[in-house]
Design a protein around this ligand. Structure first.
Ligand code: ADP
Length: 380
């Protein structure tokens, strides 16, 4: 008896012993004993096969990509949960539906198709991976904007460096004071380039999980002091009143000084960049039980409510012309937030257009218990 026929005959009973395997009213003959053993084996094989199919279905259903499985005739065998969600299906797609009928539900759906074959190259059907058209268009737009920003950001300091260096080389600048000024511009522009590249590298390291904070005891008041002092020339040049109000009794944080410095510096640089001449920027710190809070407040252009979360996305830049007038890559806040999150903290923003912004970092602070729990060294 062939497998298919045996299964049909025994009604596919799950672990059910075939009722007619032994002739009624008598001891089983040797032949019927053999037959019954063969049927038992067939049923056990079928049980394993079903189990394998169920296991495979469960794995396929849980795939994080929206996938549809087609038979050789191009008809739907199975659509996983992500595909159902993307296609807006409230119930599982009926087996046998034509793929085109499913795809018609979402305009512009992109598909990627991979033929499936068994070990002997016999065609089994196709795996179709769906692509959310809105997500893809958004990714392409973000990537396009990023490339244009990044090339502008790289090109403008490089052009400045080149033209100032050429003037110095041509000997067209005689006065020592002017030469010094030119060298200063070259140094500043190369620092800007280095900062941009550092931000990109740090973000990519965080994405790969390769950036591990080197935590040590960190005195935030001295870090804030250093950063504010370094930003003073820039604030003066723009006529911005820059002040720090940090209590000296702030508890110690266990944090990576360089990384927290990058995050705070990005907030401070933005506050100065997005505050018009004559404005105010203030860095404040306070503490509560188990946390320390550092705020960078400015009297600048502010952020509309609908952009308050988006500004932390990689490559996102505000839509207003005031923002677009300023150079930028949309990386500073993404990096700042990732760094703060790496330290178990939060970074948020308040404010309103025309009324300034307040960026707030909240970090857990470590007492002796925290240091001991983490096995952290005392900083010098
Ligand atoms: P970039 O400044 O290079 O554009 P960021 O990631 O640092 O990138 O900031 C993302 C966006 O957040 C900015 O493009 C701007 O729209 C907004 N933003 C950041 N800081 C401020 C601020 N202090 N005031 C107003 N808008 C800000």
């Amino acid at each position: 008896m062939r497998l298919g026929a045996a299964i049909r005959r025994w009604g596919g009973g799950w672990m059910r012993r075939p009722r007619s395997a032994a002739p009624a009213g008598g001891a089983p003959s040797a032949a019927s004993g053999e037959e019954s053993a063969r049927l038992e084996a067939l049923l056990a094989a079928r049980q394993v096969q079903r189990y394998e199919i169920e296991r495979w279905r469960a794995a396929f259903a849980a795939l994080p990509e929206p996938c549809v499985l087609l038979n050789q005739a191009g008809r739907v065998l199975f659509a996983n949960r992500e595909a159902e969600r993307l296609l807006g299906l409230e119930e599982p797609a009926p087996a046998g539906t034509a793929l085109d009928d499913l795809l018609r539900r979402t305009a512009g759906m992109r598909v990627w198709r991979e033929p499936l074959a068994d070990g002997r190259n016999a065609e089994l059907g196709e795996l179709v991976v769906l692509r959310d058209p809105s997500g893809e268009a958004r990714d392409e737009q973000v990537l396009g904007e990023f490339l244009s920003h990044i090339s502008h950001e790289l090109k403008s300091p490089l052009n400045t460096i080149r033209s100032y260096a050429e003037m110095l080389l041509e000997g067209s600048v005689d006065r020592a004071a002017t030469q010094k000024e030119f060298f200063n511009v070259i140094t500043e522009e190369s620092c800007r380039l280095a900062k941009l590249i550092d931000n990109l590298l740090d973000l990519s390291k965080i994405d790969r999980g390769a950036l591990v904070p080197q935590r040590a005891r960190l005195r935030l008041e001295s870090l804030v002091g250093e950063l504010v002092r370094a930003a003073e020339p820039q604030a003066r040049a723009k006529g911005i009143q820059l002040a720090a109000r940090v209590p000296s009794n702030l508890p110690t944080a266990f944090a990576d000084k360089d990384l927290v410095g990058v995050a705070l510096n990005n907030l401070l640089a933005n506050a100065l960049k997005y505050t018009p001449e004559g404005g105010r920027v203030q860095v404040r710190a306070s503490h509560d039980e188990g946390t320390v809070c550092i705020e960078v407040e400015d009297s600048g252009i502010g952020i509309p409510p609908e952009e308050r979360e988006r500004v932390f996305e990689k490559f996102y830049r505000g839509a207003s012309t005031e923002v677009r007038k300023q150079p930028g890559t949309g990386l500073g806040l993404a990096l700042a937030r990732q760094i703060v999150v790496l330290h178990g903290g939060t970074l948020t923003v308040d404010g309103a257009p025309g009324r300034g912004s307040t960026f707030r970092i909240v970090l857990p602070v470590g007492g002796r218990e925290q240091r001991e729990a983490f096995g952290l060294p005392e900083a010098t």
